[in-house]
Ligand binder design. Structure first.
Ligand code: SF4
Length: 278
């Protein structure tokens, strides 16, 4: 098939590489399962920041078994710790998100080179406003099979259940894939990290340092250090706030699944980036 984007040159789909970039999240995983027999030549890749949760690595290994295909791991040329040092410990944030660029996008674009590529993206039909940086390279086109075929949240859950892969383990306490220290985490999810992976929480704490010149403390969570967040009384308050919010949401969304409530509270639709969190 040949497609033409009004702003771009003619693109021959039969002569390009077909690539699906996995994040370790439920939507890109469901898309991998959905596309397995539809595009047999599909290449599966995972841009590994080397700071991912253990559950993500486990989930990808299981997915390889279900797909009967291997997933290519793409790693950055310069790791997070060195990048951070180059930036004088200035942590990435939603406003200054250099990590996605250096740990995900650039390694992915290097992997592709100048090959014409059709990239498959797991945005669903029920999230019309979800946007994200895919790539600005002119040799990459994007397709959105769930949108094209009208697949919604419950379809994605069904695909994962039918494969018996289910949801990633981290969904018990966190709503999205990505680095263990990802600043898109809600406070309740930081508490989840502390309780599930205390060693990882300690690692994340160590990244929070003072700027030697200004004395400013760089923190993952705006206005609160992880040391403050980890105090027992603060944890109790975060949990209590979460329960109250959840009760309100469930009342409002009587017919929504718990998972969709969970996602709404975590602002999944509003925040995050496709390559890290889909
Ligand atoms: S998961 Fe979060 S911290 Fe990691 S690269 Fe993506 S945005 Fe940055």
């Amino acid at each position: 098939m040949t497609t033409r984007n009004p702003n771009q040159a003619t693109f021959d789909e039969t002569a390009c590489r077909h690539i699906l970039s996995l994040s370790g999240g439920k939507d890109s995983t469901a898309l991998a399962l959905y596309m397995r027999d539809r595009v047999p030549q599909l290449e599966y890749v995972f841009c590994d920041t080397e700071k991912e949760l253990d559950e993500t690595y486990d989930y990808l290994e299981k997915l390889e078994v279900y797909l009967g295909r291997s997933i290519t791991r793409i790693t950055p040329e310069v790791g997070f710790d060195d990048l951070l040092e180059q930036r004088r410990n200035f942590l990435p944030s939603p406003q200054v998100r250099w990590c996605t660029d250096y740990l995900k996008m650039k390694p992915f674009e290097r992997f592709i080179g100048d090959d014409p590529v059709m990239m498959y993206v797991g945005i669903r039909a029920d999230e019309p406003n979800r946007k994200g940086y895919i790539s600005t390279k002119s040799n990459i086109r994007a397709r959105f099979p769930f949108v094209e075929d009208g697949l919604r949240h419950h379809d994605i859950i069904r695909i994962l259940e039918e494969s018996q892969l289910g949801l990633p383990e981290y969904y018990k306490w966190r709503s999205r894939s990505g680095c263990f220290f990802c600043f898109y985490q809600q406070r309740r999810e930081w508490v989840g990290l502390l309780e599930t992976h205390p060693g990882r929480f300690q690692e994340a704490m160590k990244y929070e340092r003072e700027d030697p010149e200004t004395g400013e403390l760089y923190t993952w969570v705006q206005g609160e250090s992880l040391a403050e967040l980890a105090r027992p009384e603060r944890i109790a308050q975060i949990k209590s706030d979460y329960v109250k919010r959840r009760a309100t949401e469930i009342t409002v969304m009587k017919d929504a699944s718990l998972l969709s409530v969970f996602e709404k509270q975590c602002g999944e639709a509003e925040t995050g980036c496709l390559i890290c969190h889909l």
